[in-house]
Structures are given as C-alpha cells and as structure tokens.
Ligand binder design. Structure first.
Ligand code: ATP
Length: 247
C-alpha cells in the first residue's frame, strides 16, 4: 500500500490552489494537514478522494479500492435538511456491502448500533439528522466512518463548531484508528490537537512548505513561511503552466 502525491497541481479555472506537491504519507499513522486559510488544504483532500481532477501530477493510492477510503467533508458542505434518520445516515457507510439501495440485514443494523454506542449516541438511532446539534451530527459522521471500516480516513476540519468534550471523544477515535493500523489524514487548525494526536504533519502554503514529523514541521520559521507563501498567492495568481506543457 502506498499513499503519495506526485508533483500534484490542482487548480480552479487554472489558477493553482495546490502547486507541485510531492511526498508520501506515513501508513497506519496519523498526519495533520496544517496551514493558514486558503493554503490549499481542502483542495488537496478533495483531490485525494477523487472529487477534483489534477491539472498535473497525480495522487497515488496503490493497494486501496474506493471502498477503503472514507472522506468527511467540512460540515458546511453537508446538507442537513435531508429527511433521514441517524440510522439511515450511518448505514450509508455500508453501501459498498449492501449496494446503494440494498436492504440492511440484522448484522448491518447491529454494526450501526455498535458504532452509535462507540460515539456515545445510543438512543439517537431514530432521530432525524436535522434535529441534532453540530457536535452530535459530527459524532454521527464518525459513526458512519466506523461502520465503513475504511483503511484510509480523510477528515476535513472535523472539530469545527464542536465542543471540547465531543472533540476529545472523537480524537480518541483517531487514536483508536491509529492503533488499528488505519491511515488518518486530517485538516486541522488547532496546534495542540495536532501535537497531541498527529505524529506527522504536512504544512501547506499552496505548496508543500514542510512535511515530516510534527515537531520538526511546526516550527515558527515554517509557519511564517506558510503564511507568507499563502498570502503571496492571491486568486489572480498566474495560470499554472505545467511541466508537461513546458516540455
Ligand atoms: N470552488 C472553488 N472555486 C474557485 N476557487 C476556489 C474554490 N475552492 C477553493 N478555491 C480557492 O483555492 C484556494 C485554496 O482553497 P482551500 O479551500 O483549498 O484552502 P484551505 O487551506 O482549505 O482554507 P481554509 O482553512 O480557509 O478552509 C483559496 O484561495 C480559494 O479561494
């Protein structure tokens, strides 16, 4: 198995948001993607799960099938007005086993119930998702990841608008996933969370500013460079002429 970026450039209207990123993620461990607003962190995650097509370069996910990848978008990107229950939503994590419109058997129901128990939401199974608080909804999304049983877990700002207790409980799940040998890659803004739970960090500033162990990456000098690089890349940055075009 290998999870790597190879000279990856991802653009919006050909203006690069992630520029020539290369490197390899630590397998069976947790890596934080860190950097200022607009540094290209979400764009990178979306490219990794295949929602955005690279302009150049590639994401190498060898040894992983689509079903092995779980992706949690930012809460602001999820429509919570859908008339579905907590159980319905968590059960969508089983789609690769039951099919998109397949019936969930007794085992599936038991797995959903167990996942809800693990995230502290026993008793919430029948609630509509529209009636949950932000923190409860985030617990439901983590339960969905639990039933999906993915080997690669991509999380985009999973603790935004989530209280301290919920954040702590969900970070403990990240710790559990690491112990189970899963690879976790999360966009985070909280320095302390990164230092406590994420042994590796990829620091972005539209480009890779630094990538390695968290203590070597999160230095004042690197953080300053990430801010400077991001600020100098405004949205009218020149169209990226890729290496292929130049050749
Ligand atoms: N759908 C889009 N269309 C055009 N430009 C976009 C789009 N999404 C992001 N961008 C631009 O790409 C750049 C990187 O955005 P991205 O969301 O990846 O950054 P980020 O590091 O995740 O930021 P934040 O911490 O604020 O979430 C930003 O300058 C943004 O303006």
């Amino acid at each position: 198995m290998k999870i790597a970026l190879k000279n990856l450039t991802v653009s919006y209207q050909r203006h690069p948001a992630v520029h020539h990123a290369s490197g390899e993620f630590a397998l069976g461990d947790a890596t934080a993607i860190f950097g200022p607003n607009g540094a290209g962190k979400s764009t990178l995650l979306k490219a990794m799960m295949g929602a955005l097509k690279p302009d150049a370069g590639s994401v190498e996910l060898s040894g992983l099938a689509v079903r092995d990848i779980a992706y949690l978008p930012q809460q602001s990107e999820i429509d919570r007005s859908l008339p579905v229950s907590v159980t319905d939503l968590v059960a969508t994590g089983l789609w690769h086993e039951s099919g998109a419109f397949g019936r969930m058997g007794r085992t599936g129901l038991a797995r959903v119930a167990h996942a809800l128990e693990q995230v502290g939401l026993t008793g919430f199974a029948a609630r509509p998702i529209s009636a949950l608080s932000s923190g409860q909804f985030q617990r439901v999304l983590f339960a969905r990841i639990l039933v999906q049983d993915a080997r690669l877990i991509l999380l985009d700002e999973p603790f935004n608008a989530v209280d301290a207790k919920t954040t702590f409980d969900l970070l403990e799940l990240v710790r559990q996933w690491k112990e189970e040998g899963r690879t976790v890659i999360a966009v985070l803004h909280d320095y302390e969370q990164v230092r406590a739970y994420f042994p590796y960090t990829l620091l972005m500033g539209r480009e890779v500013i630094a990538w390695g162990t968290t203590e070597t990456v999160l230095t004042d000098a690197n953080l300053r460079r990430a801010v400077d690089r991001t600020a100098s890349w405004h949205d009218k940055a020149p169209v990226c002429h890729t290496d292929e075009e130049a050749a």
